[in-house]
Design a protein around this ligand. Structure first.
Ligand code: NAD
Length: 252
């Protein structure tokens, strides 16, 4: 069953600690393809090329990965009205935090403070050594790559360098997971935007808030794994629906 924005406003009207959970769908209107929609990345790329074991064991996979990384992955993209609506919800004092599966940095670019964002799957902006953990200077690594080094190594220990995006098989980073757990405990509602809710453990986060008896509002263009668990499920574009919802919730 589909609901209206008004139903979502009613479900969230008295909520002041809303957890916002975002997926790739919030950024498609910024020109970044998601994974699972028709035309999404998985219709063009093989997910098996993005496992940690393949990356570590095969220099050719690493070279391919750097080839996709330089020039900057999401360099030309800018936040859209859905990202700005999340900022408005935070400014109105109605949001406990934003947990994102996205790696594009567009919540930060929209003006959401870093301490209100938990990036569960890392960020495409950084590069680090898988052996010693040291951060590498992105411009310096990029210069080496353009100079013909197809497998740039850590200048400190010689280890393999990797983007700070979380790959398949990789553990989720501890601090964002801890931050998300803390927000789950404080949240009195959750809005899941632009996610198929099919990547775990991330997708458990909105369900945990709902499992504590709080409203779950899902805003998504296509179906999600947990539409049947939603208090209100609004089908449509995040860049249209989220600003309408937030405007109604934050109106004086
Ligand atoms: P997904 O591709 O599985 O699902 C995206 C969902 O968003 C789909 O159900 C689709 O119907 C919906 N959608 C697409 N455009 C929309 C729009 N404009 N408005 C509303 N809904 C829209 O993505 P996911 O659930 O985030 O999980 C998969 C993984 O995708 C995550 O691990 C994330 O790291 C990764 N990813 C991130 C980016 C990014 O950072 N922008 C891009 C691609 C993939």
């Amino acid at each position: 069953m589909e609901f209206t924005v008004e139903a979502a406003v009613a479900a969230l009207a008295d909520r002041t600690n809303i957890l916002v959970f975002t997926g790739a769908g919030i950024s498609t209107e910024s020109g970044i393809p998601d994974f699972r929609s028709p035309g999404g990345l998985w219709t063009r790329l093989n997910p098996d090329d993005f496992t940690l074991s393949r990356y570590l064991s095969d220099p050719e996979v690493r070279a391919k990965s750097w080839g996709a990384r330089f020039p900057r992955l999401y360099g030309g993209s800018t936040p859209n009205p859905a990202h700005h609506a999340v900022v408005d919800l935070w400014k109105a004092g109605r949001m406990v935090g934003c947990v994102t599966q996205n790696i594009d940095g567009l919540h930060q670019a929209a003006g959401l403070p870093l301490d209100t964002i938990a990036e569960l799957h890392g960020n495409a902006d950084g590069i680090a050594c898988v052996t010693c953990g040291a951060s590498a200077d992105v411009s310096e690594v990029e210069a080496r790559w353009h100079g013909g080094d197809r497998d740039p190594r850590c200048t400190l220990c010689g280890g393999i360098l990797k983007s700070t995006i979380v790959f398949f098989e990789e553990m989720l980073p501890g601090p964002p997971m801890e931050q998300a757990q803390s927000w789950i405990g404080q949240a009195d509602a959750v809005i899941a935007v632009g996610s198929s809710l099919s990547v775990f453990p991330a997708a458990y986060i909105p369900l945990e808030v709902a499992g504590r008896g709080h409203p779950l509002v899902i805003i998504n263009r296509g179906p999600t794994e947990f539409d049947d668990r939603a208090t209100v499920r609004v089908r449509g574009m995040a860049g249209t629906i989220l600003p309408q919802l937030v405007a109604a919730l934050t109106a004086p």
